[in-house]
Ligand binder design. Structure first.
Ligand code: NAI
Ligand code: CS2
Length: 493
């Protein structure tokens, strides 16, 4: 059987490591070896090793879930394939920058902590999904009642959470006289560096105030804006990659769109790779770019995810086949998200058009259900902060309100045909309690708005917000998602 490790068996078009993998130094420990990291940060590092002789290698770590991915790359010399999906044309590269791979549940948390204490580690980067930060989404503060945080305060030397692992690793480095590292979040949150700073320092302060001071003085938390659409891997993805690789199976393969973007705050305490040579933008302030991407791309993604799912569309590209959905998504971006942004010198109408073109990529098969996941963690930055802007400016936000109402219908747990919806969300118990305790209609809207970690206290107190979401919710109930989107797209709202 041909294996990924046998480069001579790969079709000529597949890029493979031609650099000396043994000369790589493990300088970055990455927590969250999921689909996105493989197709984004790992590709930048691979390109740097190929084209610029970079020796920055990775130690990959999963703390929660993802046991199989770690086992899979270990079984093939820590190699994996990243395929690019354009309609009718796929290409691929075998990425070789991973030096080590660990799983907390398999190798033990002490092995993970010791990997982070390697003297060469300069950066700990993170893609653990929004919920992995154990923060309160509405405020960005550490959620001290989170079960993992409660555990980590009681057992600081055997942590479970991502902030807990970082705090303990830094404690050990301080004790051993080792330099600190930079902590770089690559998750979709506004000011992701700031959120990471708050949860790490917040936890350290709860455990040992002197350590919190040490971290404040020595550790940097650069923010990043990350972009590449990388849908969850399916058996179909793996079958296509197998064809691409000339019959070689790669269970650790991922596939994403051709586009990729990375804007990084240039604020590292122990050095960094020359990412700019691989196309990343190093800037002083990432926030305007993060906001732009989170509101224009992720905001319209969530809008399409809830309204698309309710309207019977399984994928984002299916939504784009419906001219009303495409028009409403573009109008959401241009009319209701763009005015709220601080970014300068970007043609936001052209950016919206480029996003719609990316959504039309029929090779992507990005499930609306996948994007609908974890809505409680996503709504604040994608839809609710822009709504706050409109409330402050007295402007209309019909599309945003429909997006929020669609989330409420979705978490109600029953689709428009009466079939159950498999809702996946870290706040599911609280959401279910609100749903079960309220009658359908305005009462349901008010009940869900009282979820303080999501909506804060200001939004439920706003008559304009309550009215707009209640009206949109009533339209969804009476006419369904497709009709509601059509009504907006045709400017009748
Ligand atoms: P995935 O499901 O393939 O991987 C999720 C990763 O998060 C796994 O490594 C898992 O071990 C880890 N994780 C999950 N819950 C955790 C927790 N409570 N504590 C610690 N680790 C936890 O997801 P994927 O596609 O890699 O996306 C991850 C994140 O990357 C997204 O939530 C988003 O913030 C960011 N991202 C994803 C993009 C995409 O298109 N897939 C694009 C841009 C950003
Ligand atoms: C998506 C993002 O799953 C989601 O919530 O909106 O993962 C999206 O695909 C990426 O941010 C694109 O860069």
């Amino acid at each position: 059987m041909k294996r990924l490790t046998d480069f001579s068996a790969l079709p000529a078009a597949i890029v493979r490591p031609t650099y000396n993998r043994a000369a790589l130094v493990t300088r970055i420990a990455h927590i969250g070896f999921g689909a996105f990291h493989r197709a984004h940060q790992a590709v930048f590092a691979d390109q740097l090793a190929h084209e610029h002789g970079s020796d920055w290698g990775y130690c990959e770590i999963n703390l929660v879930g993802g046991e199989q991915q770690i086992a899979d790359i270990r079984a093939q010399d820590r190699l994996f394939t990243v395929a690019e999906m354009a309609p009718g044309h796929w290409n691929g590269r075998v990425v070789g920058v991973v030096r080590e791979a660990l799983h907390a549940g398999v190798d033990g948390i002490q092995a993970v902590l010791e990997a982070l204490c390697d003297a060469d580690i300069a950066i700990v980067s993170i893609t653990v999904t929004e919920k992995g930060y154990c923060h309160l989404p509405a405020s960005g503060e550490l959620n001290a009642a989170h079960p993992m945080i409660v555990h980590d305060i009681a057992h600081p030397h055997a942590p479970q959470s991502t902030p807990g692992v970082i705090v303990e690793a830094l404690r050990r480095r301080r004790a051993r006289g080792l330099p600190a590292f930079s902590v770089m979040s690559c998750d979709n949150m506004p000011e992701n560096g700031h959120v990471t700073h708050k949860v790490v320092v917040g936890l350290a302060r709860a455990q040992e105030p002197a350590l919190a001071d040490w971290i404040e003085a020595r550790v940097s938390f650069p923010s990043t804006m990350v972009d590449r659409i990388v849908p969850a891997v399916t058996p179909d993805t793996l079958a296509r990659v197998r064809d691409l690789l000339g019959g070689i199976d790669d269970p650790a393969a991922v596939a994403g769109e051709p586009f990729r973007q990375w804007v990084i705050e240039d604020n590292f305490v122990a050095g960094r790779p020359a990412w700019e040579k691989a196309g990343a933008e190093l800037v002083a302030d990432v926030l305007p770019y993060e906001e732009m991407k989170l509101r224009m791309l992720n905001g319209s993604h969530s809008f399409l995810a809830y309204l698309g799912y309710l309207g019977g569309y399984a994928h984002i590209c299916d939504c784009m086949e419906d001219a009303d959905y495409a028009a409403a998504a573009r109008a959401l971006m241009v009319r209701e998200q763009a005015p709220t942004l601080r970014v300068q010198g970007v043609d936001l109408a052209a950016y919206a058009d480029s996003l719609i073109a990316r959504y039309r990529n029929t090779a992507l098969k990005h499930r609306t259900w996948q994007i609908a996941m974890d809505g409680s963690q996503k709504l604040p930055q994608r839809l609710l902060d822009p709504i706050r802007w409109h409330l402050a400016h007295g402007s209309r936000f019909d599309h945003l309100a429909l997006g929020v109402a669609a989330w409420m219908r979705y978490v109600g747990g029953t689709d428009e045909t009466g079939a159950p919806i498999e809702v996946s969300d870290p706040l599911l118990d609280a959401i279910r309690e609100k749903v079960a305790g309220s009658a359908e209609g305005d009462a349901r809207v008010r009940a869900l708005l009282s979820l303080q970690p999501v909506f804060g206290t200001d939004l439920p107190a706003s008559d304009a917000l309550v009215r707009a979401v209640s009206d949109a919710y009533a339209t969804l109930r009476a006419h369904g998602a497709r009709a509601a989107v059509r009504k907006l797209a045709q400017g009748a709202a």
